[in-house]
Structures are given as C-alpha cells and as structure tokens.
Design a protein around this ligand. Structure first.
Ligand code: FAD
Ligand code: NAI
Length: 469
C-alpha cells in the first residue's frame, strides 16, 4: 500500500471522516481513511452519540417501568435494575454501528489504514502503526477529521474512576448515590439524566446563570424547571475551584462565579463536562505549516481548505457546533468540492437536540440573538398541554416556539421543549432550508393526532390564529 497514490486520504473515521471517505469513493475517488482506534466511527459511535443514546433509551425504560406506567393503568411490580444488562445493550449497539462502518468501507472500497496519521506536508500522510513502523501514503488531497476531546479544568483531575469525563460516565460499574456534574450543557444534562433515572442524586454545577447557554432563553428556563421536577438540583453561577479524591468519594470546592465565600460539596462521582476542544495532537500541523486559531481549531476557508493547498479539515476540529450531523454534512460537502461539484453546508439550518426527556431541540436564531441583531420578529408559541397526542402519551411538558421575520414571515428559528422534540425539529429544518414562511408550515396538512400538530399550531400562532389555544 505504501506507494499507492490516493486521490484522498482522510485522517479520522468519526462521522466527519467516514462519511467524507464514503462520499468521495462514491464519486469515483481512490480513498484511504486512517484511524488510530481499533474500531471505526470516532467519538460519535464509540464514546459519544450512540452509547449515550443507548443509555438514555434504556434508562428511560427503567424510569417508565418504575414510575411512568401506573398512569396508563398498567401495574408493574418487582422492577429492578440489571446494570450489566443495561451496559450490555449499549455495547451491542456500539458494536453493531462500528461494524456497520467497516462494512460500508468494504462496500465502497475505502482502504482502512490502522494507525496514527501525521500530515507530512501537502500530498503526504505518514501513519505510525501499532508495531511502531511508519507507512507513507501519497495522495492528491488530505482531509483532517481528527475530532475533539473533553476540555480539562484546572484543579479537577480526571481519573475516569471517581472524576470522570463523558467516556467514564458511559461505563460506571455501579450507580453512585450522589453525582456532581460540572457543566450544565449537552453532556451534563444527558448523562446526568441517565444516572438520575438509575438512582443517583444529581447536582449540576454551572458557571453561568443558566443551563444550556447556547439555546433560546425560554428553553433553558423550561428545561431547568422540568429537570428540577424530576429531581435534578442546580447550582448556577457557581465555579468549581478544586476537587480532592477521598476514601469516600470526592470533595469539591465551589465558589460563586463572581467571587465570594467558598463551600465544599461531597459526592461519590464527579462528571466533568465543560465543553470539548479540537484534537490535533501529534498531527504535525505546525511542521506542515497548517494554521490553527486561538482555540487550536484548523482554520479553513468556505471550501474547507486550510492555508495549505490540498489540506482540508472538517468536523469538530474546525469552527462551528461540535455535532455529528454538522461533521457529516461537511464531509459530504468537501468530497463533492474535491470532485468539482458545489458542496456546501447551510450553517443557518443546523439542528441541535438535547436527548433528555422531554427533549430540547433548536434550529436557527434564538430570541436573544434576534434582539442583539436588531431583527424585527414575530413569535408563535404552542404548549404541549393543548396537544391531544401529548396528553395521550402523558407527556405534555414543553412547547413549540417559532420565530419569524416580522416583514416577510420567513422562519428564522424554531425552539422546542417536548416529547420527541428531536424528531419534530426535522420539518422545521427542512422548511428553513426551503426558505419557508410560518404561513407555509401553518397551511401544511399535519396528521392527527400527532405531536407535529404542535408545530403547525405554533406556526398559526405566529399570525395570532392558533385553533387549539
Ligand atoms: P470524531 O468523532 O471525534 O472522530 C475523530 C476520529 O479521529 C477519532 O476516531 C480519533 O480516534 C481519530 N483520530 C484523531 N487523531 C488521529 C490521528 N492522528 N490519526 C488517526 N486517527 C486519529 N453529537 C450529535 O450530533 N448528537 C449527539 O447525540 C451527540 N452526543 C454526544 C455524546 C457524547 C458523550 C459526546 C462526547 C459527544 C457527542 N456528540 C453528539 C458530538 C459528536 O460526537 C461529535 O460532534 C462528532 O463525533 C464529531 O465528529 P468528527 O468526525 O469531527 O470527530
Ligand atoms: P457544552 O458546551 O454543551 O456545555 C458545557 C457547559 O459547561 C456550558 O453550560 C458552560 O457554560 C459550562 N461551563 C464551562 N466552564 C465551566 C466551569 N469551569 N464550571 C462550570 N461550568 C462550566 O459542552 P459538553 O456538555 O461538555 O458537550 C461538548 C459538546 O459535545 C457539546 O457542546 C455538543 O457540541 C456535543 N454534544 C452533543 C450532544 C447532542 O447533540 N445531543 C450530546 C453531548 C455532546
């Protein structure tokens, strides 16, 4: 393989890298994908989206069996947790997905190269194999898709036993009595929900004065209220200044974010989830002259090309939301650009979903952003308490909120808290891609009785004429 000239070598097999490799192969390119892990699929399939959703799904079932079925007239008794069984479900799902990518590589004739890749200038990738030997791959183009890893916090040393990152939180051997989550973002709320449903008392310590700071303010407020009702405790506007592992667990020192009197908080397990950072370790970027920004992310132009011709980057390692579907879309776009097509990504219509129950889903601008940008807008809101299907599901917490341009009625943003919000946001994303107005959504026939009628009603509400409130 050493001297095979490739059209494209992709470094990293996460959703950015593997999708890019497959799309490029579909377009007739000779492609290799270098991955240092023994399984394909990157953070997303191995220690991210997929295992966390498997645990969320399983813990939701446990919670429902314990507390949710009585309301439907279903009596259950003797419900108990089989944690190894639950973890086994997760492992099976991960394995099926990573093997799926292996199959797709074979089907599309993508060469899988195991080892750690290094960019040795435009046109050359050197791969260090497990045996320590280097293999040189010659290629017309390189795509860096090396992803991200979790952000460290001074004074809080992750040991993946008592102080864990998301990776440790996906594989705890027993349910902790108490868990403190540092950071009230995506990982904190999702993994906090998993362990809370399984029996932990979860406290979320958040630096800012609100959880989910990137989302619409009303979503944050509502999510905090609902998760609070489920038993999660929040310490907002608070920073962690130190963590000491003791015989019993972990002793944390907290301070108000703005300064003030320190307090200690004892817990069994700490989950550190304060964000992720671009991963470019040992990639040789400096030597290859590839520019990175102040946060270590590869700087790219709108065609995903770095300052070095023929070296591209996508996914978590470049700017933008650190989401698997964003990485995938960039992977497709760059492959199409390399094939002489017009691949592009519409960054105004990338959904974000927090997979708690209920879910929080968002696309486009928040009210706070529209206000800051002085955009005149109209709001339409519809609560799930007025949706027949949500009542039938006994899950009527939350709302759909649509923000539309005041003059043109074009949809600028949609924010949902509610059952299956992650599925409901899809039609809004599609609408925004097509430049839909709120009236377009309002005049579209939605099946009855479905949760999606709440989207239609919110669109009607933009014009002040919802039927069911
Ligand atoms: P990654 O998936 O990080 O893949 C990068 C790959 O490159 C890795 O396999 C790594 O081993 C490899 N690599 C790195 N350096 C080298 C090298 N030098 N040589 C060879 N290989 C290398 N996003 C969502 O959209 N939805 C979710 O539900 C979701 N849940 C998440 C849950 C958790 C717990 C976490 C941590 C993340 C979650 N994310 C989710 C984020 C999502 O996982 C990332 O946005 C996504 O994986 C980024 O894809 P990527 O291809 O850029 O990088
Ligand atoms: P995040 O950015 O979502 O949340 C981090 C939170 O930590 C923020 O609320 C931030 O204000 C807070 N914070 C920062 N520094 C702090 C400190 N010193 N003390 C206390 N709080 C602090 O990051 P998270 O949850 O680690 O996830 C990383 C990324 O992974 C997400 O941003 C998202 O892109 C991706 N992800 C996506 C998921 C999904 O799509 N469902 C699920 C999990 C992760």
């Amino acid at each position: 393989m050493a001297d095979t000239p490739y059209d494209l070598v992709v470094i990293g097999s996460g959703p950015g890298g593997y999708v890019c490799a497959i799309r490029a192969a579909q377009l007739g390119m000779k492609v290799a994908c270098v991955e240092k892990m023994t399984t394909l699929g990157g953070t997303c399939l191995n220690v991210g989206c997929i295992p966390s959703k498997a645990l969320l799904q399983a813990s939701e079932k446990f919670e429902e069996a314990r507390h949710g079925l009585g309301a439907f007239g279903v009596k259950v008794s003797g419900v108990s947790l089989d944690l190894p069984g639950l973890m086994g479900h997760k492992d099976k799902v991960v394995s099926a997905n990573t093997k799926g990518v292996e199959f797709l590589f074979k089907k599309n004739k993508v060469d899988r190269v195991e080892g750690t890749g290094r960019v040795a200038g435009a046109g050359t990738v050197v791969v260090k194999g497990k045996d320590g030997k280097d293999t040189t791959l010659k290629t017309k183009n390189i795509v860096i898709a090396t992803g991200s890893d979790s952000m460290p916090l001074k004074g809080v040393e992750v040991d993946e036993k008592k102080i864990v990152s998301s990776t440790g939180a996906l594989a705890l051997g027993e349910v902790p009595k108490k868990m403190v989550v540092i950071g009230g973002g995506y990982i904190g709320l999702e993994m906090g929900s998993v362990w809370q449903r399984l029996g932990s008392a979860v406290t979320v310590v958040e630096f800012l004065d609100r959880i989910l700071p990137g989302m619409d303010g009303e979503v944050s407020t509502q999510m905090q209220r609902i998760l609070g009702k489920q038993g999660m405790t929040f310490k907002l506007g608070t920073k962690v200044t130190g963590a000491k592992v003791t015989n019993k667990g972990v002793s944390l020192t907290l301070e108000p974010a703005k300064g003030g009197t320190a307090e200690t908080l004892e817990t069994d397990i700490v989950l550190l989830s304060i964000g992720r950072r671009a991963y470019t370790e040992a990639l040789g970027l400096k030597e290859a002259g590839v520019a990175v920004d102040e946060r270590g992310r590869v700087v790219t132009d709108r065609h995903f090309q770095s300052n070095v011709k023929g070296i591209y980057a996508i996914g978590d390692v470049i700017a933008g939301p650190m989401l698997a579907h964003k990485a995938e879309d960039e992977g497709v776009a760059v492959a199409e650009i390399l094939a002489g097509q017009h691949g592009h990504v519409n960054y105004d219509a990338i959904p974000g979903v927090v997979y708690t129950w209920p879910e929080a889903a968002t696309v486009g601008k928040t009210e706070e952003q529209l206000k800051a940008e002085n955009v005149a807008y109209k709001t339409g809101k519809f609560p799930f308490t007025a949706n027949g299907r949500a009542r039938a599901m006994n899950s009527s917490d939350g709302f759909v909120k649509i923000l539309a341009d005041k003059a043109t009625d074009r949809v600028l943003g949609v924010h949902i808290v509610g059952p299956d919000a992650g599925h409901l946001i899809a039609e809004c994303v599609l609408g925004m891609e097509y430049g839909a107005t709120a009236e377009d959504i309002a005049r579209t026939c939605h099946a009855h009785p479905t949760l999606s009628e709440a989207v239609k009603e919110a669109a009607l509400a933009v014009d002040g004429r919802p039927i069911h409130i």
